[in-house]
Ligand binder design. Structure first.
Ligand code: NAD
Length: 273
């Protein structure tokens, strides 16, 4: 057997379930004329970024209620706690690099008919791995931007982090006095309407939706796989553990995103499925 090496694995080592499942995913990709990939925090755990709901995840360390939008808006004390969370999160994430799952998704832009990457992630790692920024739809915003909630003036996140590191309070907007906040979507805050609308349209019209590393429990984002299925698309789910949508999927793979996606991308590129 040929020995194509990608991500430290040899094709000859792949006569196992994961290898066969990756090939099944590659076959779906090769047949598809319009693929959308939908990702969650699980695609970034191999990069060292914690997801929310796994043991040791973010919700084990912070109370989601405390970081909600209504509390952010209404109380200076909550804003203080929110910024302390961001100080820690920025420091954890600033040196994080894309992993082999992100790189595999980026490679599919060249080797498959990948129309879009719709992500719940705020880490910007798909763009860093090489996906065209115009192909990436960030449903929950991006942690590397801070904006005024009133006039949308942008502030460099590094300046805000520097203030927090000096134990100073984050100031209001210098232009209009509004509250500053990272452009990420908090619980209780609406998703960016145009991004959600375009993502819904892409999912309704695609012929293959691949979900990678999402528990598929946070709505409205988790309704996208259902919309794709209702629109006639095939649905593939790759996640470490079962999800509530496994029952409607055409292909379910319980495995590691990095391993399976790098194998699948390799199989597409080498027509070996
Ligand atoms: P989630 O924590 O609910 O689910 C992640 C899923 O990925 C889990 O089911 C877990 O079993 C699985 N998983 C973890 N590592 C994996 C791996 N290596 N391979 C395969 N599966 C793996 O996250 P979600 O579904 O994205 O929930 C949505 C929320 O998470 C959103 O609000 C999003 O903004 C937020 N979030 C984003 C980041 C990020 O940008 N990296 C980090 C944490 C949370």
């Amino acid at each position: 057997m040929k020995d194509f090496r990608y991500g430290g694995f040899a094709m000859s080592e792949k006569n196992n379930t994961g290898g066969e499942q990756a090939k099944a995913l590659a076959r779906l990709l090769a047949e598809s004329r319009d693929t959308v990939i939908f990702t969650g925090a699980g695609i970034s755990t191999e990069s060292g970024l914690a997801d929310f709901r796994s043991p040791g995840g973010i919700w084990d360390r912070f109370d989601p209620e405390d970081l909600s939008y209504p509390r952010f808006i209404s109380s200076a004390e909550s804003r203080h706690r929110y910024w302390k969370f961001y100080q820690q999160y920025w420091l954890e994430a600033m040196d994080v690099e894309p992993n082999r799952a992100h790189f595999a998704v980026a490679r599919l832009e060249k080797s498959a008919n990948l129309t879009a990457v719709v992500t719940q992630n705020i880490d910007g790692l798909h763009q860093k791995a090489g996906n065209g920024p115009e192909k990436v739809y960030e449903l929950h915003g991006n942690m590397w931007e801070v904006r005024c909630l009133s006039c949308s003036e942008l502030y460099p996140w590094e300046d805000i982090l520097a203030l927090l590191e000096e134990d100073k309070e984050v100031h209001n907007c210098e232009r209009c006095g509004g509250l500053l906040k990272p452009t990420t979507i908090s619980f209780g805050q609406s998703l960016p309407e145009n991004v959600l609308r375009e993502a819904q349209e892409l999912c309704r019209n695609c012929d293959l939706l691949i979900c990678i590393g999402s528990s598929l429990v946070v709505y409205p984002a988790a309704s996208l796989p259902e919309q794709a299925k209702n629109g006639g698309a095939k649905l593939a789910i790759l996640n470490r553990e079962p999800t509530p949508l496994d029952r409607i999927a055409d292909l379910v793979i319980h495995g590691e995103a990095g391993e399976i996606m790098s194998w699948a991308a390799e199989a597409v590129e080498t027509n070996s499925f």
